[in-house]
Design a protein around this ligand. Structure first.
Ligand code: ADP
Length: 201
């Protein structure tokens, strides 16, 4: 069994690559999806957020208002730290459980899909780390289009992350998603061959 860490900056194309890897047969562990599950009403992270931030972060139906939380966290580094310290162990616990489950099921390739893989330290769980990136101008355009951000907000979100050059240095393999989707998927096909035919099981 092989564990590949998959990461990328915001709107770099990581989810696109992850979905394709799943289609090809990889078992995906999606850290964002786990965080979302833990934030459902009644779940541990939901209760922690509610106690910490108060009811101002709730929508009228009791769900968390993720946009409000995003803004709070983005504008206040102390809140960011609090969220990281609270969410990190809960998400890590869930990731480890899923890895054990896939190991028991004898899955051959597990992909740890984590936006902040290096920042969280979970890259150490992976045998190889793969970085999806796009040239910054393209990344910014895609982010504006996908999230409805203005140019400044998109630039600020990108600037708040670990610089791309630093991530490139730490990654074992790179997927350049600056071009067309087929050109990206061809790069994934090549890596898939490498990962599944190199004798490591
Ligand atoms: P991430 O998961 O890294 O945030 P996504 O996979 O959601 O990024 O991609 C960001 C946006 O860019 C999405 O709207 C996606 O459809 C689009 N996108 C991704 N790759 C390409 C590509 N090669 N060409 C054009 N649009 C793309």
């Amino acid at each position: 069994m092989k564990i590949i860490g998959l990461t990328g900056g915001i709107a770099s194309g990581k989810s696109t690559v992850s979905a394709y890897l799943q289609e090809k047969g990889a078992s995906i562990i999606d850290a964002d999806a786990i965080a979302h599950e833990l934030l459902a009403p009644g779940k541990p992270l939901y209760e922690a957020y509610r106690q910490h931030f108060g009811d101002k972060i709730l929508l009228s139906d009791g769900q968390l208002d993720r946009r409000v939380i995003g803004k709070l966290v983005f504008s206040d580094p102390a809140e960011r730290e609090w969220i990281d310290a609270t969410a990190h162990p809960l998400i890590q616990h869930e990731i480890c459980q899923r890895v054990r489950q896939y190991q028991a099921e004898k899955k051959s390739l597990i992909v740890l899909d984590v936006p902040l893989l290096f920042e969280s330290g979970w890259d150490k769980m992976a045998e190889k780390v793969c970085l999806v990136y796009a040239e910054e101008k393209i990344q910014q355009e895609r982010l504006m289009k996908r999230n409805g951000y203005g140019r400044e907000e998109a630039a600020a979100r990108i600037a708040a992350q670990m610089p791309l050059e630093e991530k490139k240095k730490r990654a074992d393999c790179l997927i350049d998603n600056s071009g067309s989707l087929p050109s990206t998927l061809r790069q994934v096909d090549r890596l898939w061959k490498e990962w599944t035919h190199d004798g490591v099981s």
